[in-house]
Design a protein around this ligand. Structure first.
Ligand SMILES: Cc1cc2nc3c(=O)[nH]c(=O)nc-3n(C[C@H](O)[C@H](O)[C@H](O)COP(=O)(O)OP(=O)(O)OC[C@H]3O[C@@H](n4cnc5c(N)ncnc54)[C@H](O)[C@@H]3O)c2cc1C
Length: 402
């Protein structure tokens, strides 16, 4: 057998799993279609990842949090939900979570960078990870005794367990015959970093404007100018996002300033712009014979509730726990019973919020008059219901899991 565990995909989830399994006398192989140069120096991709307190703790336990500079970890103090042009906002304060901040914001490329460097450290310390960049998996087959993957280069590798960490559109999941519920929201998301005149007080905004959804994710001040800075997220139809992507910077700045109703003063682009189609995915099964999914391959969330990578880390935690237990009892790390336990735990952790997120997007993006009125009432009533707000605060912080 070439390895104990083969991980397909060296995105943040695949790398975190490799790091998490390292040092346990397992042979781990990570296969990634992108070249090593891309993995070594991940480029800014516009995503500012809101991490729960529980995720920050998991990254600390993996030794990755310390590889992210303090200046690149922005505290998420509060979250505001705004509806339409109203000045009223439902505010979820960090005090409701019992912590001094709800969570943290870190750029996705810096998480990838920390995970890459963490894996390099683990390789040097434990010599138990083989990284194979530039290798695309083209076929997967499993039997009762082993999993086997074929690469575009023609090589075939065997392991006791194959783990798919190859994105929400996982081709290995499909090759294993696992169907997935996919919902295309028919919208795209433009993400970029911008500076502006007024402080954001480290509050995130989710603004369900009429005809558009806007979000603001606080970042630390711009390192060169000290200006207030945040990640700006605009959700519109794909052709409108394409038009915004191609506006000259000055015209783009003016357009976004107006979209944000001048609430932050003049806004200025300070990064590249990135465009993501919005598709949510939930597989019918998270495991098969000697096969498991983690990260986005196990659940592809709509970013509005900011849980995608948080769920990815939970999948890493849950699968590592099951494998560890098997190792302690000299049991098979690819057994069906182990995989079923992992699947049950991961579904419990993710399925309710997956559907709740779908529902929130449905309710808050309808623009009929009754829907607008119902939203206003819902927001004002919710603002007064402390147990409800506390439960949202605890979900955002991941409190209760830590
Ligand atoms: C705009 C936006 C905002 C987001 N905001 C948040 C947030 O605030 N909080 C949060 O928790 N999450 C957020 N997310 C989600 C988060 O970015 C994802 O959950 C996370 O990046 C997924 O990591 P992954 O490793 O599972 O998958 P990916 O990053 O997609 O990595 C998959 C890897 O597999 C490789 N691969 C694919 N197929 C093959 C193959 N056949 N052979 C070999 N390699 C293969 C790919 O090249 C890739 O490197 C956001 C996402 C978006 C788009």
């Amino acid at each position: 057998m070439d390895a104990d565990v083969i991980i397909v995909g060296a995105g943040p989830a695949g790398l975190c799993l490799a790091k998490s399994l390292s040092g346990r006398k397992l042979k781990i192989t990570v296969l990634e279609q992108q070249p090593q140069a891309t993995l070594e120096a991940p480029a800014f991709d516009g995503r500012e990842i809101a991490l729960t307190q529980h995720s920050a703790k998991l990254l600390q336990d993996l030794g990755l949090w310390e590889l992210i500079d303090n200046k690149d970890q922005a505290p998420l103090k509060d979250a505001k939900v705004i509806d339409g042009p109203n000045l009223f906002a439902m505010t979820i304060g960090h005090d409701l979570s019992g912590r001094s901040e709800l969570g943290w914001l870190v750029s996705n490329h810096l998480i990838r960078d920390a995970a890459w460097r963490g894996v390099q450290q683990a390789m040097a310390a434990n010599s138990d990870i083989t990284l194979m960049p530039g290798e695309q998996v083209t076929a997967v087959r499993t039997t009762d005794t082993e999993g086997s993957v074929t690469l575009a280069s023609g090589k075939t590798l065997q392991a006791k367990l194959v783990v798919a960490a190859d994105s929400r559109f996982s081709s290995t999941r499909r090759m294993m015959g696992i169907a997935a519920h996919m919902h295309d929201f028919g919208k795209n998301m433009l993400v970029c970093a911008m500076t502006f005149d007024k402080p954001h007080d480290f509050a995130a905004w989710e603004w369900f404007g009429y005809g558009q959804t806007l979000a603001l994710l606080p970042m630390n001040p711009h390192p060169d100018t000290g200006a207030h800075r945040a990640s700006v997220v605009i959700t519109r139809s794909s052709h409108e996002i394409d038009a915004l992507m191609h506006l000259e910077p000055d015209a783009f700045n003016a357009a976004v300033t107006v979209r944000f109703g001048n609430r932050l003063g003049a806004m200025r682009l300070c990064s590249t712009r990135h465009n993501y189609p919005l598709v949510a995915v939930y597989p019918q099964r998270l495991v098969a014979r000697r096969f498991a999914t983690v990260g986005d391959a196990a659940v592809g969330m709509h970013p509005v509730t900011a849980h995608g990578f948080n769920f990815g880390l939970l999948s890493v935690e849950a699968l590592t726990h099951e494998i560890n237990t098997a190792l302690h009892t000299h049991a098979d790390i690819g057994s069906t019973s182990l995989l079923k336990r992992y699947e049950a735990r991961q579904k419990r952790a993710t399925l309710p919020l997956f559907w709740m997120t779908r529902m929130i997007v449905e309710i808050y993006t309808r623009d009929s008059l009754p829907a607008k009125l119902a939203r206003q009432v819902l927001l004002r009533v919710s603002d007064k219901v402390m147990p409800f707000k506390r439960s949202i605060a605890q979900s955002l912080a991941g409190v209760g899991r830590a």
